[in-house]
Structure formats: structure tokens, C-alpha cells
Design a protein. Structure first.
Length: 105
């Protein structure tokens, strides 16, 4: 079993154990992804570029960042499971799509 399949299985089991399926609608899960992403942004909100580049030297910030990244990931895993989307496949397809795009910086 792949690492992703194992994570998906554990996330789905966790939700089932707590009988959260009724709350895990696509709308609620998408909102939760955004909320957790905002909590990740909040860590960096008022930092200078130099301070932001240095966050990994602060053990508390490292813990906070890891926790928020995990929260975003877990909600995305659950949302993809509820919708029947393979996020790895979708991500790889998006990288390929982006290869033909250009951006003006």
C-alpha cells in the first residue's frame, strides 16, 4: 500500500470512528481547507521576508507550521476521498498542464 493510500485509509477510518461523515460534505471540507490554510498564512502574516526565511530556526514555529500543513493535507485527503478524486493523479495532471503555460513576473 502506498503512503498516500495508507493516509487516506486512516483519515477515512478516523472520520468513520467519530461518525463525522454527516459533517464531511464537500462544502464543509472545502471551507475547512481554506480555514486551515489561513491559519498557516497567519504564522507568516507580519513577518518580514528575512524573518519568514528564518522560521525553520524557531522550534515552536516549526511545530506550528507542521501542524497547519498537516491540517490542510488531512482536509484535502478527506475532501478528495468524499469526491472520489485521486489527488496524486490530479496533481500530476496539473503539473503537465502547467508545463505549457507561461507567467509574466
Amino acid at each position: 500500500m502506498s503512503d498516500f493510500a495508507e493516509l487516506k485509509q486512516q483519515v477515512d477510518a478516523f472520520a468513520a470512528e467519530r461518525e463525522w461523515e454527516r459533517f464531511h460534505t464537500p462544502k464543509n471540507l472545502a471551507m475547512s481547507v481554506a480555514i486551515e490554510a489561513a491559519e498557516l498564512m497567519e504564522i507568516f502574516q507580519w513577518l518580514t521576508p528575512e524573518q519568514a526565511a528564518d522560521v525553520m530556526n524557531d522550534p515552536q514555529k516549526v511545530r506550528d507550521i507542521k501542524g497547519e500543513i498537516a491540517d490542510v493535507l488531512l482536509y484535502l485527503v478527506r475532501l478528495s476521498s468524499v469526491l472520489g478524486i485521486d489527488p496524486i493523479e490530479a496533481g500530476l495532471a496539473k503539473v503537465e498542464e502547467n508545463r505549457s503555460r507561461t507567467w509574466d513576473f
